[in-house]
Write a protein that binds this ligand. Structure first.
Ligand code: MN
Length: 332
């Protein structure tokens, strides 16, 4: 924690002596990545800085309620060539997940993240895997900048926290999470209004897609593994882009007796993004690393290619092994 405090102080020092600042997040932007950038954006604007946010992908409609979200520039894979005094990279997990080459910078590249094991690719690396979300680190940065937390900044930070903690349900939720949330509510955040926007304003086709997905539910009761699948043909049938599936993994995970859940999402012909969730001490990050990805003990993802039946068999086998391992190390 001490080193995070030091990092935050050096970030504040750099910000104070700079004018032009760029904020970057990750491809397929999620609640935490977006709200972290937007909260910092609003704080820096209040300080009179010249700030921009670039994203490779467009903002999901769902998040258009976030204050300042209209300021995000969708630049695709080839951003304009411009130089900045500071570039913030937020919540990306790995540098490549920005989705385009990070522009040349004259002074500082600031990497802010809560994913475990992130490479220190910045000139300042503010990495704290005890933080529940990147937005939690941003909260501390904004306070250290001396900017007053107004309702708009607080709304962004709160959204990052609820999306990354599954509304305070996941293991990353701590006493600190609730303390921050309480402060954000004091600053004018309405938890029910934000919940309405994030969880109860979803497009019709998302539920159609979910229906297709749930129809593939498969459970191995002996091992405690359950899976769901979405294939390219499902997207084609609904005539929508390959997106809007963020929480589908929670359905197989919600079952009694399930120790590990998988969501196979076909992203290109015979290439699957494999999202993994687990309960208790079952470490799915180990499986994710085998699949060329990474993540936390209970939430991780990787990639697998081949025929669906083979991919499934392979991943189920890997999960069976980590479930066995967890049973050996935990007394009950
Ligand atoms: Mn995050």
């Amino acid at each position: 924690v001490g080193s995070t405090d030091e990092c935050i102080r050096s970030i504040v020092n750099s910000v104070k002596t700079s004018k032009k600042i760029l904020l970057l997040g990750h491809i397929g932007p999620d609640g935490d990545s977006l709200s972290s950038q937007l909260a910092i954006y609003l704080a820096l604007k209040k300080m009179g800085k010249d700030v921009q946010i670039w994203s490779r992908d467009p903002l999901p409609n769902l998040y258009s309620f976030l204050p300042a979200s209209a300021e995000i520039k969708c630049v695709g894979e080839k951003p304009p060539s411009e130089s900045f005094d500071i570039i913030f990279v937020m919540d990306v997990g790995a540098k490549s997940r920005v989705g385009f080459p990070i522009p040349d910078f004259s002074s500082q590249l600031i990497n802010v993240d809560h994913h475990p094991g992130v490479a220190k690719f910045g000139t300042i690396n503010c990495l704290d895997d005890t933080a529940c979300a990147t937005a939690e680190i941003v909260y501390r940065i904004v306070l250290e900048l001396g900017v007053k937390l107004d309702k708009d900044i607080a709304t962004n930070i709160y959204t990052g926290i609820i999306t990354d903690t599954g509304s305070f349900r996941f293991r990353n939720t701590s006493k600190e999470t609730f303390k921050i949330a309480a402060h954000l509510v004091e600053c004018g955040v309405s938890p029910s209004v934000i919940a309405e926007k994030v969880f109860y304003s979803l497009p019709y086709f998302r539920l159609r897609l979910l229906t297709r997905c749930l129809n593939t539910l498969d459970m191995n009761k002996d091992d405690g593994v359950a899976s769901v699948v979405l294939r390219l043909e499902d997207y084609a049938a609904e005539n929508i882009p390959v997106t809007y599936t963020e929480d589908f993994i929670n359905f197989p995970r919600s079952l009694e007796g399930v120790k590990a859940a998988v969501f196979f999402k076909e992203v290109e012909k015979d290439i699957y993004k494999v999202s993994l969730r687990s309960k208790g001490d079952v470490d799915v990050s180990e499986v994710a690393r085998t699949l060329g990805g990474g993540g936390h003990i209970n939430a991780a993802s990787g990639t697998a290619s081949g025929k669906l039946s083979e991919v499934k068999e392979h991943v189920f086998e890997l999960l069976k092994n980590v479930i066995k391992k967890a049973a050996l190390t935990s007394p009950n």
